[in-house]
Design a binder for this molecule. Structure first.
Ligand code: ADP
Length: 591
């Protein structure tokens, strides 16, 4: 109930009333005393200056001996005008030279009374003395009178009882007014509290609500300063809400970006604790990043935290690291150095494919150079021999040499053609000429085309076609090229007199063709690599049979383009089985 502001208000009101009443009371009581004092002095002055009284006092009666009696008679006769009542005001007749009490309206009081300052002054000067000290508890006048030969002093003495009584009443009145004032001030403070403190309290409650995130508008109850304050508060909270919403929006965007970005990001505090991390980072590092993980534990062996923190922005440190079979490029940079609340951000970029491609490119160039150099060296050495021994060698040998030269240049042409085909695939310049054709007929055509060659090698070539093979959409020539390559390999890598089986069929969405042989087979360690460019299990044997090591990689490119698959069937026993599967309706995007 008595909250601080309310209490203060009551206290202020009470103090105000008390001080007001005290000042008013003091002034009033002082004014009353002064009024009475002035009134007394004026009255006495006018009484004694009046001719009648003064004359009556100074002119003695004929033959009268006792002046005091005469004086007393005159004074008694004027008691009414002088206000002498014997209770509050008295007259005393004093000796004009000694100031001793001679007679008066109250002998007991007169005899015991000390000489007042006025009496002393009148004795000293012989002049009437008026004017009393406001602080004294009495007021008096002393008038010297010469009656005949003798001098007297008439003292009119007032004990101020009237004033004291009046002041007492005033005091009581002020106390009553004070009590009344205090009661009304407390009531008034309640009223004030209702009109002033309640809106402030409402505003305070609203501010608390806003601080806790509830931005509902406050009701503006008045047009006064508090009303203006409430309206200002409302607009401030509106702005705050908009700003917070904007910041949240930004944060959400960043969070989403952070969550789905392909680069891994881990942020550390200055002390090395994990502040943020995204799934990509965990995936690349191949381990979960837990809250208790530290920079030291994760990247400490690559670069010390202090070293990164000391870097000047936009400086960063780049480090390549291998994690499992991945090559990671790590960028370590400090952030928010000025605020003192920054830390270190580690951005992880997976460069495995990039590095592998670079490696493959290097290997490829080396392979190409090597593949071309071998026939070139052969051509050169045979040509040199022919030139050097011009006419010396027998014609049969010469023909043989020329045959080798022709063969080698054919091989080079073959390699260059294959390379051009691959390069066209790589650059996307080679487009498939899609058409609907009979897959069954294509397989049969291949069978017929290689039959002679197979028989020459003493192979048994069989063909097993399911009756339900449908027409498919594809580039017929390219598909035939793939089939031919696979079947030729089977013939090439099977010692004479082998078994080669071609079969084909369909499943719901695809057609397939399998070529199996019982030849030299492919060792398990080489199996994953035979579709790579220039990869050959036995280089010499491949070269002997006119192979370039590019056939299967071209076949794979073509099948990929058709959105089909070509793979080595994992089958026990000697020999090799290669399977091709192609979608019946062709590649979805029609390339
Ligand atoms: P190449 O021109 O040398 O035949 P390919 O790309 O067609 O090149 O084949 C790659 C390698 O795969 C060959 O060198 C060979 O070692 C191996 N290979 C392919 N088919 C067979 C098969 N049927 N039997 C054994 N090895 C094979």
């Amino acid at each position: 109930m008595f909250r601080s502001l309310h209490m203060k208000l009551v206290l202020i009101m009470v103090l105000l009333i008390i001080s007001l009443m005290t000042v008013v009371g003091a002034f009033l009581m002082n004014a009353v005393v002064r009024y009475y004092l002035d009134d007394f002095n004026t009255r006495m002055s006018s009484m004694f200056s009046a001719q009648d009284l003064y004359e009556d006092l100074t002119i003695p009666y004929d033959g009268e001996a006792n002046g005091v009696e005469g004086l007393q008679d005159v004074l008694r006769a004027n008691m009414g005008e002088l206000g002498v009542d014997g209770r509050t005001r008295y007259y005393f007749i004093l000796d004009g030279t000694t100031g001793a009490y001679l007679a008066g309206s109250d002998d007991q009081l007169g005899q015991n009374l000390d000489k007042s300052p006025n009496v002393l002054r009148a004795l000293a000067t012989g002049e009437p003395a008026t004017g009393s000290d406001i602080t004294a508890d009495f007021m008096d006048v002393a008038i010297p009178i010469t009656r005949g030969e003798v001098t007297y002093i008439i003292q009119i003495y007032d004990n101020r009882q009237t004033v004291t009584e009046l002041n007492g009443s005033i005091f009581m009145l002020i106390i009553q007014a004070l009590i009344f004032g205090l009661i009304s001030s407390v009531l008034l403070s309640f009223l004030l509290a209702k009109t002033m403190i309640t809106p402030i309290e409402r505003l305070t409650a609203g501010a608390k609500r806003v601080a806790s995130g509830d931005f509902r508008k406050l009701e503006v109850g008045s047009k006064d300063e508090i009303g203006v304050l409430t309206a200002t508060f409302n607009s401030m909270s509106r702005q705050l809400q908009a700003t917070i919403r904007e910041a949240e929006n930004e944060r959400n965007k960043l969070d989403t970006l952070f969550l789905h970005m392909t680069d891994g990001v881990v942020a550390f505090s200055q002390e090395g604790g994990v502040i943020q991390k995204n799934p990509a980072a965990e995936d690349m590092l191949g381990r979960p990043i837990l809250p208790e993980d530290t920079y030291e534990g994760l990247f400490g062996d690559l670069a010390p935290l202090e070293q990164i923190l000391r870097l000047e922005q936009p400086g960063y440190q780049e480090i390549e690291q291998t994690v499992g079979n991945r090559t990671l490029d790590l960028l370590l940079a400090p952030f928010d150095q000025e605020s003192g609340q920054g830390g270190v951000m580690v951005v992880i970029h997976d460069v495995t494919t990039q590095r592998r491609n670079e490696e493959m490119r290097r290997e490829f160039v080396a392979n190409v150079s090597h593949e071309l150099r071998t026939p070139l060296t052969n051509i050169r050495s045979y040509a040199e021999t022919l030139v050097d021994s011009a006419g010396d060698i027998p014609p049969a040998m010469e023909k043989n040499f020329l045959g080798v030269i022709l063969n080698e240049s054919d091989r080079m042409t073959h390699i260059v053609q294959d390379l051009l085909t691959l390069s066209r695939f790589d650059s996307g310049r080679s487009e498939l000429k899609l058409e609907r054709f009979s897959f069954q007929v294509a397989v049969r055509d291949i069978y017929n085309a290689v039959l002679m060659d197979a028989q020459r090698h003493g192979h048994t070539l069989t063909l097993d076609l399911s009756p339900d093979i449908p027409d498919i959409v594809g580039d017929r020539d390219r598909v035939l090229q793939v089939m031919m390559n696979v079947v030729s390999n089977a013939i090439k890598y099977t010692p004479d007199g082998g078994q080669i089986a071609i079969s084909a069929g369909r499943n719901p969405l695809r057609v397939w063709m399998e070529v199996s042989d019982n030849g030299i087979g492919i060792p398990a360690s080489d199996r994953p690599r035979i579709f790579e460019r220039f990869y050959r299990v036995d280089k010499a044997r491949s070269r002997e049979s006119g192979g370039t090591g590019l056939g299967l990689s071209i076949a794979k490119e073509i099948v990929d383009r058709h959105e089909g698959i070509i793979f080595l069937v994992d089958r026990p026993g000697p020999g090799t089985t290669i399977r091709i599967e192609l979608p019946i309706e062709g590649p979805a995007h029609g390339k």
